[in-house]
Design a protein around this ligand. Structure first.
Ligand code: HEM
Length: 151
């Protein structure tokens, strides 16, 4: 059944991934600005609100939808192949490791969100600058695997 909707699932999977990635790339950038804000000041309050909206309204739902549709695609591939064996190759295992890393990064950002909300951030802007590069590096590897190795 899922097989009939395969292209739709894939299209909405890619759209959810785009929304998720937009947040993963922008949230650490807000954290960089936030490091320079005076606690309790106007900029601090504005950034707290922007971070909250980005994480709760865009990133969390987009991550969940990307996962659900991705798992639906996995299910459809199993239906087609008649079992799990199709996933036992290096490209799929590589994608699994990398999407787990992306999900882990999301959770690190969510924990740092709580720190900023509580006014207890103890990481430097330099560390956020480095973290800011990670989602894009992971995305390059995931897209190359998804599009080049798995087609
Ligand atoms: C969140 C967990 C994820 C799961 C379970 C998942 C799973 C899948 C599956 C099963 C497909 C279908 C592959 C095919 O038809 O050949 C797919 C397609 C795709 N995924 Fe994911 N994925 C996930 C996250 C991501 C992420 C984070 C990215 C990019 C940063 C991504 C990029 C893509 C792309 C570009 C395609 C289309 C490939 C094509 O058919 O040309 N996925 N995904």
């Amino acid at each position: 059944m899922l097989l009939a909707a395969y292209d739709w699932l894939r299209a909405f999977h890619i759209l959810a991934v785009i929304a998720w990635m937009a947040g993963l790339l922008y949230l650490p950038r807000l954290y960089i600005y936030h490091c320079a804000a005076k606690p309790g000041g106007e900029l601090d309050e504005t950034l707290k609100l922007q971070e909250q909206r980005l994480l709760k309204i865009i990133m969390n739902p987009a991550m969940i939808v990307a996962w659900l549709l991705g798992l639906a695609l996995v299910w459809a591939n199993m239906e087609r192949a008649g079992g799990w064996s199709v996933f036992l190759d290096w490209a799929w295992l590589g994608k699994l490791v990398l999407i787990s890393a992306m999900t882990g990064l999301h959770h690190v950002f969510a924990l740092r969100f709580k720190r900023f909300q509580a006014g207890t951030n103890d990481w430097s802007d330099k560390r956020y600058r480095m973290l800011n590069e990670a989602p894009f590096v992971l995305a390059i590897a995931i897209v190359l695997i998804a599009v080049v190795a798995l087609n």
